[in-house]
Design a protein around this ligand. Sequence first.
Ligand code: AMP
Length: 443
Amino acid sequence: MNLANWLARSATLTPDAPALLHGAEVVATYAGFADRAARIATGLHGRGAVAGDRLALFMSNTPDYLAIWWGAWWAGLAVVPINSKLHEKEAAYIAQHSGARFAAVSVANLVAMSLTYLADVDEVYPTDAALYAAPMSHGAGCYNLMHVMKGARHVVPRSGGFEPAEILELAGSVGSIHMFAAPTMVRRLITHAEAVGHRGEGIRTIVYGGGPMYVADIEKAVDQFGPRFVQIYGQGETPMTITGLPRHLVADRTHPRWRERLGSVGIAMSSMEVRTVDEAGRDVPEDEVGEVICRGPSVMSAYWQNPDATASTLRDGWLWTGDMGALDAEGFLTLKDRSKDMIVSGGTNIYPREVEEVLLRHPDVAEVAVVGRPHEDWGEEVVAFVVGRAGPVDPAALDALCQSEIARFKRPKEYIVVEALPKNNYGKVLKTALRERFAKAPA
Ligand code: AMP
């Protein structure tokens, strides 16, 4: 199947419906969107492109992004979205290699992703508007598919990025907004909304994921905006589709274990099987930590031109995610950390997220990242990078908090106060960059 059928169908059903918006201004109807895609396809064919060729998309968010994306599909090409913030050399490498991830997938997995979304995450109506406040080369862009399928609107903020004030303004003028947001974006949006007294009017759904959402943050977000949040857990290898925490569970405060559920990534999506296993692939008992593996139609068929990576990641039909997590009796999955972020100190595993959750409860702490620092005797020791809220941060107070909440061996041995944490432009904290600081300046 060619996914461009979805665009052609929406253009036939609702030719005059608004499709592409730049800020609040409509720049194309569905007929116009489909026409542009068809003309781009003709242009590509005219330049010798044939079905199966790959088109690298190296540009920041604009309405043209979607026209080119669907034009490439219309022409039968595969799209390789490249983060526009990458260095030209890095982008050139990806273009040359033709996309280690997305180019490798057949479209069947994107169909599965879209249908699973409609079954488990959210319904989509023609009156909705997908707002792209995060780079379209990543998760946010994935969500354009179901909105094209259903003939909804696509809104690219004029700033081209994530500006809380602009988003709340668009929620008012465009309405029925749906957006994907990394946890750090949710936090910034809510901080701004609190300051201006906005209660989420005009926002229908915020899908969050891509990194850990701390319980304190999502609690606050629900207090401010109400039941508008859905969590998803996925990865490039099975785009946006492994587990989900549906809206009513994100907002529920009645279940005896609602806080634990809020700290989880939810339950397996309808098309997915999810297990937690040891290194040999044996299921670990309930509530114990193992590597998360999953199976389902949204999983990629292979990495592009990388058989070794494919063989270690796809084993007997299961995708090994590299994430460590625990399943409870009801099937809720709680992620501990990426296996590479786990700290091993004195032979014991320490999951940084657990320590971070505790530290974030301190009123002076705005953000925190816990990592392992190489240590002669212990292998690694726990170190916390802390961003203060306003004034100074007192390490003794943080240590006292940890003492009252978690085992002694998990307590950070040092608190390093920093202005900001290094993040990529999807808002993920770059723990590798923090660990590299130790390599440069040993303790
Ligand atoms: P990427 O392939 O770049 O999208 O990164 C996927 C990784 O992000 C996953 O393997 C997880 O480690 C992390 N991730 C995705 N969704 C969540 C979530 N809801 N909570 C915590 N971590 C997540």
